[in-house]
Design a protein around this ligand. Structure first.
Ligand SMILES: NC(=O)c1ccc[n+]([C@@H]2O[C@H](COP(=O)([O-])OP(=O)(O)OC[C@H]3O[C@@H](n4cnc5c(N)ncnc54)[C@H](O)[C@@H]3O)[C@@H](O)[C@H]2O)c1
Length: 433
Protein backbone atom coordinates (compact mmCIF):
# COMPACT_ATOMS: atom_id res chain seq x y z
CA UNK A 1 0.00 0.00 0.00
CA UNK A 2 1.14 3.56 -0.53
CA UNK A 3 0.80 5.36 2.80
CA UNK A 4 1.38 9.06 3.47
CA UNK A 5 1.84 10.63 6.87
CA UNK A 6 1.24 14.37 7.23
CA UNK A 7 3.24 15.61 10.22
CA UNK A 8 6.45 13.81 11.14
CA UNK A 9 6.52 14.37 14.90
CA UNK A 10 6.37 11.93 17.83
CA UNK A 11 3.34 10.17 16.36
CA UNK A 12 3.89 10.62 12.62
CA UNK A 13 7.45 9.34 12.60
CA UNK A 14 6.63 6.28 14.69
CA UNK A 15 3.54 5.44 12.63
CA UNK A 16 5.37 5.99 9.34
CA UNK A 17 8.37 3.88 10.38
CA UNK A 18 6.16 1.03 11.63
CA UNK A 19 3.98 0.93 8.50
CA UNK A 20 7.07 0.93 6.28
CA UNK A 21 8.50 -1.94 8.30
CA UNK A 22 5.57 -4.13 7.26
CA UNK A 23 6.32 -3.60 3.57
CA UNK A 24 4.29 -0.49 2.71
CA UNK A 25 5.72 2.42 0.74
CA UNK A 26 5.57 5.33 3.18
CA UNK A 27 6.09 9.05 2.63
CA UNK A 28 6.46 11.17 5.75
CA UNK A 29 5.67 14.83 5.07
CA UNK A 30 6.58 17.69 7.38
CA UNK A 31 6.58 21.42 6.78
CA UNK A 32 9.68 21.84 8.97
CA UNK A 33 12.56 21.81 6.43
CA UNK A 34 15.21 21.37 9.14
CA UNK A 35 13.49 18.26 10.46
CA UNK A 36 13.16 16.73 6.98
CA UNK A 37 16.74 17.60 5.99
CA UNK A 38 17.95 15.97 9.22
CA UNK A 39 15.86 12.84 8.65
CA UNK A 40 17.24 12.55 5.12
CA UNK A 41 20.71 12.63 6.72
CA UNK A 42 19.72 9.97 9.25
CA UNK A 43 19.24 12.38 12.16
CA UNK A 44 16.22 11.41 14.28
CA UNK A 45 14.65 14.57 15.73
CA UNK A 46 13.24 12.96 18.89
CA UNK A 47 14.41 10.48 21.49
CA UNK A 48 12.36 7.29 21.35
CA UNK A 49 13.91 3.90 22.15
CA UNK A 50 14.39 1.74 19.01
CA UNK A 51 13.17 4.38 16.57
CA UNK A 52 16.53 5.27 15.04
CA UNK A 53 17.27 1.68 13.96
CA UNK A 54 13.76 1.21 12.57
CA UNK A 55 13.90 4.43 10.54
CA UNK A 56 17.38 3.76 9.18
CA UNK A 57 16.55 0.19 8.18
CA UNK A 58 13.45 1.17 6.25
CA UNK A 59 15.12 4.15 4.58
CA UNK A 60 17.92 1.80 3.48
CA UNK A 61 15.34 -0.67 2.13
CA UNK A 62 13.77 2.14 0.08
CA UNK A 63 10.36 1.95 1.78
CA UNK A 64 10.47 5.10 3.93
CA UNK A 65 10.81 8.57 2.39
CA UNK A 66 10.81 12.10 3.76
CA UNK A 67 9.64 15.27 2.06
CA UNK A 68 8.50 18.82 2.78
CA UNK A 69 6.21 18.68 -0.25
CA UNK A 70 2.63 17.57 0.45
CA UNK A 71 1.94 17.10 -3.27
CA UNK A 72 5.00 14.86 -3.67
CA UNK A 73 4.10 12.88 -0.54
CA UNK A 74 0.41 12.46 -1.33
CA UNK A 75 0.82 11.49 -4.99
CA UNK A 76 -0.68 8.04 -5.55
CA UNK A 77 -1.49 7.52 -1.84
CA UNK A 78 -4.04 4.89 -0.84
CA UNK A 79 -4.21 6.13 2.73
CA UNK A 80 -3.19 9.54 4.14
CA UNK A 81 -2.70 9.84 7.90
CA UNK A 82 -3.10 13.26 9.50
CA UNK A 83 -0.61 13.40 12.40
CA UNK A 84 -0.14 17.13 12.86
CA UNK A 85 -0.27 18.77 16.28
CA UNK A 86 -3.56 19.85 17.88
CA UNK A 87 -2.23 21.96 20.77
CA UNK A 88 -4.49 23.65 23.31
CA UNK A 89 -5.80 27.19 22.89
CA UNK A 90 -5.90 29.38 26.01
CA UNK A 91 -9.56 28.38 26.60
CA UNK A 92 -8.71 24.65 26.53
CA UNK A 93 -10.17 23.99 23.08
CA UNK A 94 -7.91 22.42 20.43
CA UNK A 95 -6.10 24.62 17.97
CA UNK A 96 -7.12 23.10 14.64
CA UNK A 97 -5.17 25.52 12.45
CA UNK A 98 -2.48 22.92 11.63
CA UNK A 99 -5.10 20.32 10.80
CA UNK A 100 -7.01 22.77 8.60
CA UNK A 101 -3.90 23.82 6.69
CA UNK A 102 -2.83 20.19 6.28
CA UNK A 103 -6.32 19.15 5.08
CA UNK A 104 -6.38 21.89 2.47
CA UNK A 105 -2.88 20.97 1.28
CA UNK A 106 -3.90 17.31 1.03
CA UNK A 107 -7.07 18.31 -0.86
CA UNK A 108 -5.00 20.19 -3.42
CA UNK A 109 -2.53 17.31 -3.72
CA UNK A 110 -4.87 14.30 -4.12
CA UNK A 111 -4.42 12.42 -7.38
CA UNK A 112 -7.04 9.71 -6.86
CA UNK A 113 -9.60 8.25 -4.43
CA UNK A 114 -8.22 7.98 -0.96
CA UNK A 115 -8.82 7.24 2.72
CA UNK A 116 -7.86 10.10 5.00
CA UNK A 117 -7.23 9.05 8.57
CA UNK A 118 -7.42 11.37 11.56
CA UNK A 119 -4.52 10.08 13.64
CA UNK A 120 -4.18 13.40 15.45
CA UNK A 121 -6.33 13.67 18.56
CA UNK A 122 -9.18 15.85 17.37
CA UNK A 123 -12.42 17.28 18.76
CA UNK A 124 -15.63 15.35 18.32
CA UNK A 125 -16.99 15.73 14.81
CA UNK A 126 -13.62 16.50 13.22
CA UNK A 127 -14.03 13.63 10.75
CA UNK A 128 -16.73 15.73 9.09
CA UNK A 129 -14.78 18.98 9.33
CA UNK A 130 -11.66 17.46 7.77
CA UNK A 131 -13.80 15.97 5.01
CA UNK A 132 -15.26 19.42 4.26
CA UNK A 133 -11.82 21.08 4.29
CA UNK A 134 -10.39 18.49 1.89
CA UNK A 135 -13.39 18.52 -0.43
CA UNK A 136 -13.15 22.28 -0.87
CA UNK A 137 -10.01 21.60 -2.92
CA UNK A 138 -10.60 18.15 -4.37
CA UNK A 139 -13.17 16.35 -6.50
CA UNK A 140 -11.63 12.96 -5.63
CA UNK A 141 -13.60 10.38 -3.67
CA UNK A 142 -12.40 10.68 -0.06
CA UNK A 143 -13.49 8.93 3.10
CA UNK A 144 -12.30 10.36 6.42
CA UNK A 145 -11.77 7.71 9.08
CA UNK A 146 -11.08 8.24 12.77
CA UNK A 147 -8.24 6.06 14.01
CA UNK A 148 -7.03 7.47 17.34
CA UNK A 149 -3.53 6.68 18.47
CA UNK A 150 -2.87 5.25 21.92
CA UNK A 151 0.94 4.95 21.88
CA UNK A 152 2.91 6.20 24.89
CA UNK A 153 6.10 8.16 24.41
CA UNK A 154 9.01 6.13 25.76
CA UNK A 155 7.47 2.83 24.61
CA UNK A 156 5.91 4.09 21.39
CA UNK A 157 7.27 1.38 19.11
CA UNK A 158 6.15 -1.47 21.29
CA UNK A 159 2.73 0.15 21.76
CA UNK A 160 2.24 0.62 18.04
CA UNK A 161 3.64 -2.75 16.95
CA UNK A 162 1.66 -4.64 19.61
CA UNK A 163 -1.39 -2.49 20.32
CA UNK A 164 -3.87 -3.47 23.05
CA UNK A 165 -6.49 -2.72 20.40
CA UNK A 166 -6.97 -0.72 17.23
CA UNK A 167 -9.99 1.58 17.12
CA UNK A 168 -11.41 2.33 13.69
CA UNK A 169 -14.22 4.84 13.37
CA UNK A 170 -16.02 4.71 10.05
CA UNK A 171 -19.48 4.05 8.65
CA UNK A 172 -18.05 2.58 5.42
CA UNK A 173 -17.35 -1.14 5.27
CA UNK A 174 -14.79 -0.78 2.44
CA UNK A 175 -12.80 1.79 4.44
CA UNK A 176 -12.86 -0.49 7.47
CA UNK A 177 -11.57 -3.41 5.37
CA UNK A 178 -8.72 -1.33 3.98
CA UNK A 179 -7.71 -0.21 7.49
CA UNK A 180 -7.85 -3.83 8.71
CA UNK A 181 -5.52 -4.80 5.86
CA UNK A 182 -3.04 -2.13 6.93
CA UNK A 183 -3.13 -3.13 10.60
CA UNK A 184 -3.22 -6.91 10.03
CA UNK A 185 0.51 -7.45 10.76
CA UNK A 186 0.17 -5.78 14.17
CA UNK A 187 -2.86 -7.72 15.41
CA UNK A 188 -1.89 -11.25 14.41
CA UNK A 189 -2.03 -12.40 18.04
CA UNK A 190 -5.70 -11.59 18.24
CA UNK A 191 -5.59 -8.05 19.60
CA UNK A 192 -9.01 -6.66 18.74
CA UNK A 193 -9.71 -4.24 15.94
CA UNK A 194 -12.80 -2.41 17.17
CA UNK A 195 -15.10 -0.95 14.54
CA UNK A 196 -17.31 1.92 15.60
CA UNK A 197 -18.85 5.08 14.22
CA UNK A 198 -16.42 8.03 13.88
CA UNK A 199 -17.93 10.08 16.73
CA UNK A 200 -17.54 7.19 19.17
CA UNK A 201 -13.94 6.66 18.01
CA UNK A 202 -13.12 10.32 18.56
CA UNK A 203 -14.69 10.22 22.03
CA UNK A 204 -12.87 6.97 22.91
CA UNK A 205 -9.50 8.68 22.61
CA UNK A 206 -10.48 11.52 24.96
CA UNK A 207 -12.17 9.07 27.31
CA UNK A 208 -9.01 6.96 27.65
CA UNK A 209 -6.69 9.87 28.36
CA UNK A 210 -9.15 11.57 30.69
CA UNK A 211 -9.72 8.37 32.63
CA UNK A 212 -5.98 7.74 33.04
CA UNK A 213 -5.42 11.36 34.06
CA UNK A 214 -8.25 11.03 36.59
CA UNK A 215 -6.63 7.95 38.12
CA UNK A 216 -3.39 9.88 38.58
CA UNK A 217 -5.13 12.90 40.08
CA UNK A 218 -7.16 10.63 42.36
CA UNK A 219 -3.94 9.12 43.71
CA UNK A 220 -2.27 12.51 44.02
CA UNK A 221 -5.14 13.92 46.01
CA UNK A 222 -5.16 10.80 48.16
CA UNK A 223 -1.39 11.22 48.69
CA UNK A 224 -1.98 14.67 50.16
CA UNK A 225 -4.53 13.14 52.52
CA UNK A 226 -2.05 10.36 53.39
CA UNK A 227 0.51 13.02 54.28
CA UNK A 228 -1.95 14.62 56.67
CA UNK A 229 -3.10 11.33 58.21
CA UNK A 230 0.32 9.72 58.50
CA UNK A 231 -0.38 6.95 55.99
CA UNK A 232 2.02 5.70 53.31
CA UNK A 233 0.47 6.15 49.85
CA UNK A 234 2.84 3.53 48.43
CA UNK A 235 1.35 0.91 50.72
CA UNK A 236 -2.14 2.14 49.87
CA UNK A 237 -1.28 1.92 46.16
CA UNK A 238 -0.10 -1.67 46.54
CA UNK A 239 -3.26 -2.53 48.41
CA UNK A 240 -5.35 -1.02 45.63
CA UNK A 241 -3.36 -2.25 42.63
CA UNK A 242 -3.69 -5.90 43.63
CA UNK A 243 -7.46 -5.62 43.38
CA UNK A 244 -8.14 -6.95 39.88
CA UNK A 245 -11.09 -4.60 39.55
CA UNK A 246 -8.70 -1.66 39.90
CA UNK A 247 -5.48 -2.90 38.29
CA UNK A 248 -1.96 -1.59 38.68
CA UNK A 249 -1.52 1.06 36.01
CA UNK A 250 -1.55 4.84 36.44
CA UNK A 251 -1.84 4.68 40.22
CA UNK A 252 1.46 6.35 41.09
CA UNK A 253 1.48 9.57 43.07
CA UNK A 254 4.03 12.19 42.16
CA UNK A 255 4.54 15.72 40.92
CA UNK A 256 1.54 15.58 38.57
CA UNK A 257 1.06 14.51 34.98
CA UNK A 258 2.47 16.45 32.04
CA UNK A 259 3.26 15.73 28.41
CA UNK A 260 1.65 16.66 25.16
CA UNK A 261 -1.52 14.62 25.66
CA UNK A 262 -3.09 14.37 29.12
CA UNK A 263 -3.29 18.09 29.97
CA UNK A 264 -4.53 19.14 26.53
CA UNK A 265 -6.90 16.22 25.98
CA UNK A 266 -8.47 16.61 29.41
CA UNK A 267 -8.97 20.34 28.82
CA UNK A 268 -10.40 19.72 25.35
CA UNK A 269 -12.92 17.16 26.62
CA UNK A 270 -13.97 19.47 29.43
CA UNK A 271 -14.46 22.30 26.90
CA UNK A 272 -16.52 20.05 24.60
CA UNK A 273 -18.67 18.82 27.48
CA UNK A 274 -19.42 22.40 28.55
CA UNK A 275 -20.17 23.45 24.97
CA UNK A 276 -22.88 20.81 24.66
CA UNK A 277 -24.31 21.45 28.11
CA UNK A 278 -23.16 18.22 29.78
CA UNK A 279 -20.17 19.40 31.86
CA UNK A 280 -17.89 16.57 33.01
CA UNK A 281 -17.22 17.48 36.64
CA UNK A 282 -14.92 14.57 37.48
CA UNK A 283 -12.63 15.23 34.52
CA UNK A 284 -12.63 18.95 35.25
CA UNK A 285 -11.55 18.22 38.83
CA UNK A 286 -8.76 15.91 37.62
CA UNK A 287 -7.17 18.78 35.74
CA UNK A 288 -7.54 21.21 38.65
CA UNK A 289 -5.99 18.70 41.06
CA UNK A 290 -3.10 18.19 38.66
CA UNK A 291 -2.38 21.89 38.47
CA UNK A 292 -2.11 22.04 42.24
CA UNK A 293 -0.04 18.87 42.41
CA UNK A 294 2.76 20.34 40.30
CA UNK A 295 3.26 22.87 43.14
CA UNK A 296 2.78 20.44 46.04
CA UNK A 297 6.43 19.46 46.23
CA UNK A 298 7.35 23.15 46.40
CA UNK A 299 5.21 23.47 49.53
CA UNK A 300 7.19 20.62 51.05
CA UNK A 301 10.49 22.19 50.05
CA UNK A 302 9.49 25.53 51.57
CA UNK A 303 8.37 23.82 54.77
CA UNK A 304 11.79 22.19 55.10
CA UNK A 305 13.58 25.53 54.74
CA UNK A 306 11.52 27.89 56.92
CA UNK A 307 14.19 30.60 56.61
CA UNK A 308 13.45 30.84 52.86
CA UNK A 309 15.08 29.44 49.74
CA UNK A 310 17.23 32.47 48.91
CA UNK A 311 20.77 31.32 48.19
CA UNK A 312 19.90 27.63 48.68
CA UNK A 313 21.13 25.23 46.01
CA UNK A 314 18.83 22.54 44.59
CA UNK A 315 19.91 19.64 42.42
CA UNK A 316 17.01 18.73 40.10
CA UNK A 317 17.20 15.24 38.62
CA UNK A 318 15.04 14.74 35.54
CA UNK A 319 13.44 17.37 33.31
CA UNK A 320 11.41 15.46 30.68
CA UNK A 321 7.75 14.95 31.55
CA UNK A 322 8.47 11.25 31.96
CA UNK A 323 11.40 8.86 31.46
CA UNK A 324 12.55 7.56 28.05
CA UNK A 325 11.54 10.67 26.17
CA UNK A 326 12.97 14.13 25.56
CA UNK A 327 9.46 15.64 25.40
CA UNK A 328 9.26 18.73 27.63
CA UNK A 329 5.67 19.70 26.85
CA UNK A 330 3.87 20.56 30.12
CA UNK A 331 6.73 18.95 32.08
CA UNK A 332 6.33 19.51 35.86
CA UNK A 333 10.08 20.31 35.97
CA UNK A 334 9.38 23.59 34.18
CA UNK A 335 7.15 24.85 36.99
CA UNK A 336 9.26 23.41 39.81
CA UNK A 337 12.57 24.86 38.60
CA UNK A 338 10.99 28.21 37.77
CA UNK A 339 9.38 28.56 41.21
CA UNK A 340 12.64 27.65 42.96
CA UNK A 341 14.50 30.32 41.00
CA UNK A 342 11.76 32.86 41.75
CA UNK A 343 12.24 32.12 45.46
CA UNK A 344 15.90 33.07 45.06
CA UNK A 345 17.34 29.55 44.96
CA UNK A 346 20.04 28.24 42.63
CA UNK A 347 18.97 25.26 40.51
CA UNK A 348 21.46 22.77 39.08
CA UNK A 349 19.67 20.35 36.74
CA UNK A 350 20.40 17.18 34.82
CA UNK A 351 18.37 14.94 32.49
CA UNK A 352 19.82 11.96 30.59
CA UNK A 353 18.31 12.99 27.21
CA UNK A 354 16.12 16.08 27.49
CA UNK A 355 18.78 18.75 28.16
CA UNK A 356 18.72 20.14 24.63
CA UNK A 357 14.93 20.17 24.41
CA UNK A 358 14.67 21.67 27.91
CA UNK A 359 17.19 24.48 27.50
CA UNK A 360 15.02 26.97 25.58
CA UNK A 361 12.01 26.31 27.85
CA UNK A 362 13.67 26.54 31.26
CA UNK A 363 14.23 29.68 33.27
CA UNK A 364 17.62 30.86 31.90
CA UNK A 365 19.02 30.87 35.43
CA UNK A 366 18.78 27.07 35.66
CA UNK A 367 22.32 25.66 35.52
CA UNK A 368 22.49 22.63 33.23
CA UNK A 369 25.00 20.05 34.39
CA UNK A 370 26.80 17.17 32.67
CA UNK A 371 25.78 14.48 35.09
CA UNK A 372 23.44 13.80 37.99
CA UNK A 373 26.23 13.89 40.52
CA UNK A 374 27.67 17.07 39.09
CA UNK A 375 24.22 18.64 39.56
CA UNK A 376 24.31 17.51 43.20
CA UNK A 377 27.54 19.41 43.94
CA UNK A 378 27.03 21.91 46.80
CA UNK A 379 23.29 21.15 46.82
CA UNK A 380 21.29 21.83 49.95
CA UNK A 381 18.75 19.31 48.66
CA UNK A 382 18.22 16.88 45.82
CA UNK A 383 14.82 16.99 44.08
CA UNK A 384 13.95 13.92 41.99
CA UNK A 385 11.45 15.03 39.33
CA UNK A 386 11.60 12.39 36.56
CA UNK A 387 12.07 8.73 37.43
CA UNK A 388 14.77 7.76 34.92
CA UNK A 389 16.16 4.30 35.69
CA UNK A 390 19.67 5.66 36.18
CA UNK A 391 18.44 7.65 39.20
CA UNK A 392 16.95 4.65 40.95
CA UNK A 393 20.11 3.47 42.70
CA UNK A 394 21.84 6.19 44.63
CA UNK A 395 25.57 6.31 45.32
CA UNK A 396 25.18 7.55 48.90
CA UNK A 397 28.91 7.93 49.44
CA UNK A 398 29.27 10.16 46.43
CA UNK A 399 26.19 12.18 47.36
CA UNK A 400 27.44 12.59 50.93
CA UNK A 401 30.72 13.94 49.61
CA UNK A 402 29.34 16.40 47.06
CA UNK A 403 26.14 17.66 48.71
CA UNK A 404 26.02 20.44 51.24
CA UNK A 405 23.11 18.91 53.18
CA UNK A 406 21.78 15.39 53.03
CA UNK A 407 18.18 16.09 52.05
CA UNK A 408 16.20 14.28 49.34
CA UNK A 409 12.79 15.21 47.92
CA UNK A 410 11.45 12.23 46.03
CA UNK A 411 8.89 13.63 43.58
CA UNK A 412 8.09 10.17 42.17
CA UNK A 413 8.24 7.98 45.27
CA UNK A 414 10.96 5.80 43.75
CA UNK A 415 13.15 5.52 46.84
CA UNK A 416 12.66 3.49 49.96
CA UNK A 417 12.44 6.03 52.81
CA UNK A 418 13.96 3.56 55.32
CA UNK A 419 17.05 2.98 53.13
CA UNK A 420 17.51 6.70 52.54
CA UNK A 421 17.22 7.44 56.26
CA UNK A 422 19.59 4.58 57.17
CA UNK A 423 22.24 6.33 55.06
CA UNK A 424 21.86 9.50 57.09
CA UNK A 425 19.70 11.42 54.59
CA UNK A 426 16.42 13.16 55.28
CA UNK A 427 13.64 11.88 53.03
CA UNK A 428 10.45 13.55 51.83
CA UNK A 429 8.19 11.82 49.33
CA UNK A 430 4.66 12.45 48.13
CA UNK A 431 2.17 11.00 50.61
CA UNK A 432 4.77 9.04 52.57
CA UNK A 433 4.85 10.77 55.91
N1 LIG B 1 2.82 12.47 21.36
C1 LIG B 1 2.04 11.50 21.79
O1 LIG B 1 2.38 10.73 22.69
C2 LIG B 1 0.67 11.29 21.17
C3 LIG B 1 -0.02 10.09 21.37
C4 LIG B 1 -1.26 9.91 20.78
C5 LIG B 1 -1.82 10.92 20.01
N2 LIG B 1 -1.14 12.09 19.85
C6 LIG B 1 -1.73 13.13 19.00
O2 LIG B 1 -1.10 13.09 17.73
C7 LIG B 1 -0.99 14.42 17.19
C8 LIG B 1 0.45 14.73 16.88
O3 LIG B 1 1.18 14.74 18.09
P1 LIG B 1 2.77 14.77 18.12
O4 LIG B 1 3.17 14.64 19.54
O5 LIG B 1 3.31 13.82 17.12
O6 LIG B 1 3.03 16.27 17.61
P2 LIG B 1 4.40 16.92 17.12
O7 LIG B 1 4.29 18.37 17.45
O8 LIG B 1 5.55 16.15 17.65
O9 LIG B 1 4.40 16.74 15.54
C9 LIG B 1 3.54 17.43 14.67
C10 LIG B 1 4.30 17.68 13.39
O10 LIG B 1 3.40 18.15 12.41
C11 LIG B 1 4.10 19.06 11.57
N3 LIG B 1 3.13 19.84 10.80
C12 LIG B 1 2.29 20.82 11.22
N4 LIG B 1 1.55 21.28 10.19
C13 LIG B 1 1.91 20.56 9.09
C14 LIG B 1 1.50 20.56 7.73
N5 LIG B 1 0.55 21.39 7.29
N6 LIG B 1 2.10 19.70 6.89
C15 LIG B 1 3.06 18.87 7.32
N7 LIG B 1 3.50 18.82 8.60
C16 LIG B 1 2.93 19.66 9.47
C17 LIG B 1 4.95 19.86 12.55
O11 LIG B 1 6.02 20.50 11.90
C18 LIG B 1 5.40 18.74 13.50
O12 LIG B 1 6.63 18.18 13.11
C19 LIG B 1 -1.64 15.33 18.23
O13 LIG B 1 -2.98 15.55 17.89
C20 LIG B 1 -1.54 14.53 19.51
O14 LIG B 1 -2.52 14.88 20.43
C21 LIG B 1 0.11 12.29 20.39
Amino acid sequence: MKVTIIGTGYVGLVVGACFSDTGNQVSCVDKDPKKIAGLKDGIIPIYEPGLEDLVKRNVAEGRLHFTTSTSEGVKGADVVFMAVGTPPLPDGRSDLSYLKAASEEVGRALTGPCIIVNKSTVPIGSYLTVSEWVKQYSKQEVEVVSNPEFLKEGSALEDFLKPDRVVIGTNKEWAYQKMCELYAPFVRQGNPVILMDPVSAELTKYACNSFLATRISFMNELAQLADRLGADIEKVRQGMATDVRIGKHFLYSGVGYGGSCFPKDVQALVATSKDVGVPLQIVDAAERVNYGQKKYILKKIKAKFPGGLKGKVFAVWGLAFKPNTDDMREAPALIITDELIKEGARVRAFDPVAMEAAKPLLNPKVELCDSAYQAAEDADALVLVTEWNEFRHLDFEKLSTVMNSKIIFDGRNIYDPKTIKSKGFEYTGIGRS
